[in-house]
Design a protein around this ligand. Structure first.
Ligand code: FES
Length: 277
């Protein structure tokens, strides 16, 4: 055996302790329900979001910005002169949140289960073909290690989503009329607010961020700076315990927020709102 062959063999997946064979298990509960439901929700949301953010505009879809509401898939809005019509502005920013979610530790567990049965569930046997692969030690899944860098980048669109609340909660001029002032509290604004809160919770509960703040320290109490890090780490740990919840709820609200803007644009919905001032 060559050295390269030996290294590749060493990288391959061990047999593990679960019963061998796809679906073999001693579990008596309905373990298959969670992977199936999560797989369906994830597939529906991810398909819609990819279509809306990347393909819908070049195909002549409805506007992604209407009445002060900019779809979160397009924020910050990046357009430039002579931009090709086949290029959606969403694509210029969406690669960050898509990459961030695709490499998320929690989503990895979820989609490895429902797309690759790897494994189908805890203590459930998986197909033996898996042992032929080097998992996250080789392309393409070695790219999952980019997660920490995508975390840093993810705070850029997140910041803009908070800024988008300003027009979302402001009275908008009618057509191309003169600027107006006043606060608007509408269904769209509330949806945007809930969405950005959940996205912030999702980002702050990230495992990589928790490690960044509190990891690689032997002593939490030795210096003032470390005590501050320890306190922050505790707060992030509280959020991190519910990372799965943040992941699913924010995925659903970002889908709904984009859909809401599109339905406003085609006149299917009217934004119910009250105006103050
Ligand atoms: Fe899920 Fe980082 S682990 S966002």
């Amino acid at each position: 055996m060559t050295v390269q062959g030996a290294v590749l063999r060493a990288l391959r997946k061990p047999r593990g302790t679960a019963r061998q064979g796809f679906g073999a298990t001693g579990r008596r509960d309905n373990w298959i329900v969670y992977p199936v439901v999560q797989g369906l929700v994830f597939t529906i949301c991810a398909t819609y979001l990819t279509f809306s953010g990347v393909l819908w505009q070049p195909l002549g879809g409805p506007a992604y910005e209407v009445d002060g509401y900019l779809s979160p898939l397009f924020s910050p809005l990046i357009v430039y002169p002579n931009m090709p019509t086949w290029l959606s502005p969403g694509l210029l920013i969406l690669w960050i949140p898509i990459g961030f979610r695709a490499t998320c530790y929690y989503y990895r567990k979820a989609y490895y289960r429902f797309y690759f049965a790897d494994p189908p569930g805890c203590a459930v046997g998986e197909p033996t073909i898996h042992r032929r692969f080097a998992l996250e030690n080789a392309l393409p899944f070695v790219l999952q290690n980019l997660h920490r860098y995508l975390l840093y980048l993810a705070f850029i669109p997140l910041t803009f989503l908070w800024l988008d609340l300003i027009p979302a909660f402001s009275v908008q001029p009618v057509g191309s009329g003169p600027p107006v002032s006043g606060i608007r509290i509408g269904v769209g604004g509330m949806l945007f607010l809930v969405n950005v809160i959940l996205l912030t919770g999702y980002s702050l509960s990230c495992h990589s961020l928790r490690h960044l703040v509190g990891g690689r320290l032997d002593c939490f109490s030795c210096t003032q700076a470390r005590r501050v890090r320890y306190t922050l780490w505790q707060r992030l740990t509280d959020l991190n315990r519910n990372h799965m919840w943040w992941a699913w709820t924010s995925l659903v609200t970002v889908t709904l927020a984009d859909l809401y803007v599109r339905l406003l644009a085609v006149g299917v919905l009217t934004d119910l709102s009250i105006k103050l001032g």
